[in-house]
Design a binder for this molecule. Structure first.
Ligand SMILES: NC(=O)c1ccc[n+]([C@@H]2O[C@H](COP(=O)([O-])OP(=O)(O)OC[C@H]3O[C@@H](n4cnc5c(N)ncnc54)[C@H](O)[C@@H]3O)[C@@H](O)[C@H]2O)c1
Length: 375
């Protein structure tokens, strides 16, 4: 491999700061600049990681010709406008989830990426988590057989989070449960039906006009007879944090653990040729780590404890999201270098995002079916 390095700027330094040490150790990245509006907080992070180039203005960052790629970790409403501006400035773009909050922004993202020819990738953690990589490997080897159905659920209690989260429509942040269902079988979503259920606290409702405690959607897949179901909750629902998916095959099925810390379960179908008692059908399994797929200097970042210790980060959101962060960084950099396609690319990123946008629209209209646009 040549030593070409992509000069990366990270925008938004809450969650975004967790990626700094990974870029700093990656052989094909130069962790060039950071951007945050608050100068004191900007300097605190930049000093801690020894980053010289600092911006409080996103526009000034985009005008810097030394920046090859931006990795956006700003609040949700900014993702699409900042991504579109960066693509127009000729930068490669990695954007945290979701890609956008409206269908029109999704269309603009695809158009801007096509025009610029640079990379756009939504940094979806779930499709690089060790659980997902494990199930994907089983599926690709044929062990699950034909996929018959998939289910994702992402439940979180966001009470007390920053103001923009209050009353946020659950399906506007649905990519963590939508993406594994689509990525596993390498299909895009076609049409969505969603119902809203229950009611959140009255004071939370007006901001986004979204009353539902739970939104639960089913969606069909393009060129497939398989359908998937996803469930989301953010407020006033009792549930331990859960970011999960199940995949049902005709040979084997994978089911996520009930409670954090338990191993997941593989169910094997009993057949006349290979008979199993009911008790033998489910087996708990250990999920391996996939660090060996990464360049050696960033392999340790699949282990959140290692990052915390080495980088003195006080915590990692979501416990490092199944070891996904270094895989995301590596895939993005390899896409910037033209060595492999971004996964997800822009069409896939907006399709995953639009399932949630359409689901919320559907829930607001009594469960009407919404066919997703194809760009
Ligand atoms: N698993 C995941 O994929 C995952 C996990 C956590 C957070 N996220 C996403 O990451 C994003 C950030 O999450 P967070 O918890 O750090 O949010 P946050 O609101 O705590 O932090 C946002 C950061 O963006 C900065 N910012 C805001 N506007 C900016 C601008 N115009 N220019 C430069 N910087 C700007 C803020 O100063 C802050 O540093 C959210 O959109 C969230 O959805 C994704």
């Amino acid at each position: 491999m040549s030593e070409k390095k992509i000069r990366v700027a990270i925008v938004g330094l809450g969650f975004g700061a967790e990626f700094i040490p990974i870029y700093q150790q990656h052989p094909h990245a130069e962790m060039y600049a950071v951007c945050r509006r608050n100068p004191a907080e900007l300097n605190a992070v930049a000093d801690r990681f020894g980053i010289a180039k600092r911006y409080t203005s996103y526009e000034e960052l985009l005008a810097d010709p030394n920046v090859d790629a931006v990795h956006i970790n700003s609040p949700i409403a900014d993702h699409a406008p900042q991504s579109i501006a960066a693509l127009k400035a000729g930068k490669h773009v990695a954007s945290t989830v979701p890609a956008a909050t409206t269908m029109d922004e999704c269309r603009q993202l695809v158009e801007a990426q096509r025009k610029s020819g640079t990379v756009y990738m939504m940094m979806e953690t779930v499709v690089y988590s060790r659980e997902y990589l494990f199930v994907k490997e089983l599926y690709d080897k044929g062990e699950l057989g034909r996929i018959q159905f998939m289910r994702g659920s992402h439940q979180q209690d966001m009470e007390g989070w920053p103001g923009y989260w209050e009353g946020f429509p659950p399906m506007h942040y649905a990519t963590h449960c939508v993406s594994p269902c689509l990525a596993l079988v390498d299909k895009l979503a076609h049409a969505v039906v969603c119902h809203g259920s229950g009611r959140i606290a009255e004071h939370l409702i007006p901001k986004y006009g979204s009353p539902f405690a739970i939104e639960t959607a089913t969606f069909t897949l393009r060129d497939s007879d398989v359908c998937a179901e996803v469930t989301r909750s953010l407020f006033n629902t009792a549930r331990q944090y859960r970011e999960s998916f199940d995949a049902y095959g005709d040979l084997k099925s994978f089911e996520w653990q009930q409670v954090e810390g338990e191993p997941p379960v593989i169910h094997t179908r009993s057949t006349p040729a290979h008979q199993l008692t009911e008790a033998k059908i489910p087996q708990r399994v250990g999920v391996p780590d996939y660090a060996h797929r990464l360049p050696a200097p960033i392999q340790r970042f699949t282990q959140p404890a290692a990052i915390q210790d080495a980088e003195h980060l006080s915590f990692l959101q979501g416990g490092g999201h199944g070891g996904s962060h270094p895989h995301l960084v590596h895939n993005f950099l390899m896409a910037c270098l033209g060595r492999q396609a971004a996964m997800p690319d822009v069409e896939t990123s907006v399709n995953w995002t639009m399932v949630g946008i359409a689901a919320h629209q559907s829930a607001l209209h009594g469960g009407e079916k919404i066919v997703l646009p194809a760009f």
